[in-house]
Design a protein around this ligand. Structure first.
Ligand code: ZN
Ligand code: ZN
Length: 241
């Protein structure tokens, strides 16, 4: 794990036969107001918590977990993590907050076949991903957290309640699974996905001045070349109608 920008830390996912999302820790350590962005796959909670501690961060200072979206590879170890952070709040976009509160897990698993496979592989019970959401985000908020301000942008398409976090001064973008390195984008065939919405969301992100791209998986990019997201959006546009 490394500090990729001032007050922005990367904890790399440990993929298995299912990917484990990266976790980001945002906030200045002295602020004692830190946030985790995304959790990861089932069984990765201890690793993620240990990695947070290894940054020299006291778990008492972690005030909230913000989800870019609630697919299984991001929310799988949320409960394991929350056991270490009983005081922490959970912030999720309203489109996915409501299903989490109701225990509607269609969006978590994305498809029925995957659901049955994962439930037996990981011995998951129905209701495993029912959570109380402390704050339902809408998009358009500016979060003043940990001594840094982050814009919340609702970017549906990969999932209904996907959000990006954008820090304009440091030009840092955390887009969840919407756009990755190497001109890749998130899949758009799962429950709640929408190809044309994804196309519009990519165009929205393309308006931002991004120097550091911190996606949910694979390579992080420091020194993003100008126009990278626009080029990615244009390449994919014909497939996203
Ligand atoms: Zn996803
Ligand atoms: Zn993912």
């Amino acid at each position: 794990m490394t500090e990729v920008s001032h007050g922005v830390y990367h904890i790399e996912g440990q993929d298995e036969f299912i990917p484990d999302s990266h976790m980001y820790v945002i906030g200045l350590p002295d602020s004692k107001d830190l946030s985790l962005v995304d959790a990861g796959l089932m069984g990765k909670g201890e690793y993620k918590i240990k990695s947070v501690r290894n940054l020299g961060i006291s778990l008492q200072d972690v005030k909230r977990i913000i989800m870019t979206h609630t697919h299984l590879d991001h929310i799988g170890c949320l409960r394991e993590i929350m056991e270490h952070l009983p005081h922490a709040e959970l912030w999720v976009h309203e489109e996915e907050a409501v299903p989490l509160e109701e225990g509607d897990e269609r969006g978590v698993y994305g498809m029925d076949m995957f659901r049955s496979m994962c439930m037996s592989q990981y011995n998951l019970q129905p209701g495993a991903f029912k959570f109380h959401v402390t704050r339902a985000l809408k998009g358009g908020e500016t979060l003043e957290i940990g001594g840094i301000s982050w814009d919340v942008i609702h970017i549906p398409g990969h999932s209904a309640g996907s959000i990006a976090l954008y820090q304009p001064t440091q030009k840092v973008l955390i887009p969840g699974d919407t756009v990755y390195a190497d001109y890749s984008i998130g899949r758009f065939d799962l429950y709640g996905a929408d190809g044309s919405a994804l196309s519009r969301s990519l165009m929205r992100l393309a308006e931002l001045d991004v120097g550091i791209l911190l996606p949910g998986h694979n390579q992080i990019v420091i020194g993003v070349k100008p126009g990278y997201i626009l080029d990615t959006a244009k390449q994919w546009a014909p497939y996203l109608r």
